[in-house]
Design a protein around this ligand. Structure first.
Ligand code: PHE
Length: 352
């Protein structure tokens, strides 16, 4: 009987020291666990005299009841404290500055393509897309480059195998022009630009196995070399600045006759000679020429009625000039530190 009293007093004292749920649960084990203080009292009931058993039982029950009530009270109190603490620590301070959200940005190549497209659209051209996987006919044969023609060496590319051996990853966007000419059922005037990816077996600081080209084609009656020169001069001055000098040099392409290569005065040194232009004052930027009558004929046009001019250039090269990039591989490396530099809202299209 006295034991019950002592344990009860002890329990009330112990409860005052409890300040965590863990301690509370430890206390439960101490009192009600297998060898707990109350559990042990339970087993002493046998040795109690019969006349005192009832009283002992009542007191023991009262002790258990006290424990349980206190336990519940304590548990709720501690749990509430815990919740309050959590609410306090996770409170959102709406006056804190917001986390900066990173926006994606246009790839420099996409910027240049759009600029080119805008320029040509303003001159009345339409944009024509061709597939990257092309037939040998469209990429070479209908452009006067028969099988075994030496011009193929300069555009060595990726051919498919077995039943698809007549197909390849196009090495020039001129293939799309063949398609445009063939698709034009009326065989009338055409004025298109074809931007897109092309593939060649190259890989160094200024050549990539995959790069971007844009080619233009104009077909009409009475189209001459003067139109070609005027168009390209206008385009290059618009893109690179009015001060640019444009130079035409005779050249050779199997699908144009006559053919020219087009140079611009070096925008870095202004034509004086520097490391960019290899001291020549000029940089080669375009290939062009009057569409070969045989090509017109193969694509269904009457070469006695129609003439055309075509030009083609590498978009990567212009991108490198525009943003002073000296290794083409950075353009395709997807390095976020490089790409982030183009994350700007206000565009300035002038090359400085
Ligand atoms: N297709 C040529 C090339 O990739 C460029 C070119 C296009 C030349 C049109 C003349 C006319 O090298």
């Amino acid at each position: 009987m006295d034991n019950i009293k002592i344990i009860k007093e002890q329990l009330l004292k112990d409860l005052q020291t409890i300040d965590t749920i863990k301690k509370l649960n430890d206390l439960k084990i101490e009192y009600l666990g297998k060898k707990g203080k109350i559990t042990t009292l339970n087993s002493t009931i046998k040795s109690i005299d019969d006349d005192k058993k009832k009283e002992f039982g009542i007191k023991l029950n009262d002790l258990k009841q006290t424990f349980n009530t206190k336990y519940k009270e304590m548990y709720e109190k501690l749990n509430q404290e815990l919740i309050n603490q959590k609410l306090e620590s996770e409170r959102i301070d709406i006056t804190l500055p917001a986390t900066k959200i990173k926006y994606g940005s246009k790839h420099p190549i996409s910027r240049v393509i759009e600029e080119f497209e805008d320029l040509f659209l303003s001159m009345g051209y339409t944009i024509y897309d061709g597939p990257e996987l092309e037939s040998d006919e469209n990429c070479f044969q209908k452009l006067n480059i028969a099988k075994g023609h030496p011009a193929r060496d300069a555009q060595d590319t990726f051919y498919l195998e077995n039943e698809y051996e007549n197909y390849l990853l196009r090495s020039q966007t001129s293939a799309a022009q063949v398609r445009a000419m063939e698709e034009n059922k009326e065989k009338g005037p055409l004025k298109i630009v074809c931007p897109g990816k092309v593939y060649r077996k190259d890989e160094d600081a200024t050549h990539s196995h995959q790069f971007m080209q844009i080619e233009g084609l104009v077909i009409d009656e009475n189209v001459s070399m003067a139109d070609l020169k005027g168009t390209l001069e206008l385009f290059l001055k618009k893109f690179l600045g009015e001060k640019t000098t444009v130079r035409f040099r005779p050249s050779y392409f199997p699908f144009t006759e006559p053919s020219v290569e087009v140079d611009i005065s070096c925008f870095k040194c202004g034509g004086k000679g520097c490391n960019l232009c290899k001291q020549t004052g000029f940089i080669e930027v375009l290939g062009a020429g009057m569409v070969h009558p045989h090509v017109l004929q193969m694509c269904g046009y009457d070469p006695n009625k129609y003439q055309g001019f075509a030009f083609g250039t590498g978009i990567d090269r212009f991108t490198m000039f525009k943003y002073s990039i000296n290794d083409i591989r950075t353009i395709y490396g997807n390095d976020i530190r490089f790409l982030e530099q183009f994350d700007r809202r206000d565009d300035n299209n002038e090359i400085k």
